[in-house]
Design a protein around this ligand. Structure first.
Ligand SMILES: Nc1nc2c(ncn2[C@@H]2O[C@H](COP(=O)(O)OP(=O)(O)OP(=O)(O)O)[C@@H](O)[C@H]2O)c(=O)[nH]1
Ligand SMILES: [Mg+2]
Length: 352
């Protein structure tokens, strides 16, 4: 059997609903705390290997085996000003997590994110976040939601259900039949809602399990790795101290090696550059805020977030402006568009 790459999972949602905190929780670092104003202004990438996911899931995954090697998370900003970055993150995703603060409910960028996911037919799940703020909720740090729910006072359980079904109602208005994930039998017709507390890690095991389960069940074909030249999307071009101009890119197909020539779109003619160095953050680290040094790689294979140091562009114009998706050598390679098989098809069933 061909091997499969890790799915690219974009995290979308309204400002301050807890996207970065959720990823922080997963990778055990504190990127949110170090961001200016707490607002994510760039898309970052975080690779979470399967072993780390299984460890977080604990006995929820006992006896089950998974073939996907992990998840590659992309954080996106929720602020109204960053709709291009949000759309870019959404377009790139094999799978997505829509984060909604269960106490605030639907907000403008929640709806914008839903529309992006619908436009690209991206399968997604909803993380109903901040359940620790439901009055009377007893916190269970890092525990599965299904366990913690059993150990709540009746009033907290009722209040959580009330808020959750309000979300389910709003999702239905937008054409999605949704339910709490553990009450769903058919994930192809129902959108899974996973109650979580990003801050305390509660429900995070359930979320990760749902993501790897969905990826394995519905995306295997799409994730089959093809040999050949790399294709990817450039997220950002910036000047890095000591490195010069670098490109942060997500490779979603093939292999990119040191010495390869890459081709990228700009506002004018396509640009080209030779890959002088490939830097990859260590697993569980963050591409734009590394805790440790990058690893210098001879080559990287999909899917991976990578920092490309070019040997100087042949066209010395201003820094390229990138369109939504770029081919990285050769320009003819094209990503086979994902099958429209969505785990969240529109209103296929009645909802409560
Ligand atoms: N009580 C509680 N607070 C949370 C939770 N998740 C996030 N927060 C808080 O909500 C605030 C915003 O969190 P972020 O993770 O920065 O939100 P974000 O969605 O990444 O925001 P943008 O990147 O600006 O769109 C921070 O003060 C977090 O501590 C949670 O589960 N419970
Ligand atoms: Mg953020």
């Amino acid at each position: 059997m061909a091997s499969i790459r890790q799915p690219i999972v974009s995290v979308l949602g309204h400002v301050d609903h807890g996207k970065t905190t959720l990823l922080d929780r997963i990778r055990g670092t504190g990127v949110a705390g170090r961001e200016a104003g707490g607002i994510t202004q760039h898309i970052g990438a975080t690779e979470v290997p399967l072993a780390a996911i299984l460890e977080m899931c604990g006995d929820l995954v006992k006896g089950r085996t998974f073939r996907i090697p992990g998840l590659l998370f992309i954080d996106t900003p929720g602020h109204v000003a960053f709709s291009t970055l949000r759309a870019r993150g959404g377009a790139l995703a094999d799978l997505a997590v829509l984060v909604i603060d269960i106490n605030e409910g639907f907000r403008p960028q929640t709806i914008e994110s839903l529309n992006i996911l619908r436009r690209y037919k991206t399968p997604f799940v909803v993380a109903a976040n901040k359940i620790d703020m439901v009055p009377g909720w007893r916190k269970h740090q890092g525990q599965p939601f299904v366990r913690s729910y059993q150990d709540q006072p009746e009033s907290a359980r009722e209040e959580l259900d009330r808020r959750m079904y309000e979300l389910v109602g709003r999702l239905f208005e937008h054409g999605f039949s949704a339910d709490r994930y553990d009450r769903i039998e058919d994930f192809t017709t129902n959108l899974a809602v996973i109650p979580v507390s990003a801050k305390f890690g509660e429900g995070v095991p359930d979320l990760l399990l749902t993501l790897i389960g969905l990826a394995q069940r519905f995306l295997e074909e799409q994730l089959a790795t093809a040999e050949g030249p790399a294709v990817g999307t450039i997220l950002e071009v910036k000047e890095d101290k000591g490195l010069g101009i670098t490109l942060d890119a997500i490779i979603y197909q093939g292999t990119l090696s040191k010495g390869d020539t890459i081709v990228f779109g700009t506002a004018g003619k396509p640009g080209t550059t030779k890959v002088k160095a490939l830097l990859k953050p260590k697993p569980l680290d963050e591409i734009r805020d590394p805790q440790e040094r990058f690893d210098s790689m001879k080559s990287v294979s999909a899917a991976a977030g990578v920092k490309i140091v070019g040997a100087g562009s042949r066209r010395r114009s201003r820094a390229p402006r990138f369109a939504r998706r770029k081919a990285i050598s050769p320009p003819s390679s094209k990503r086979s568009r994902r099958s429209p098989r969505s785990t969240s098809r529109r209103r296929t069933k009645g909802s409560s």
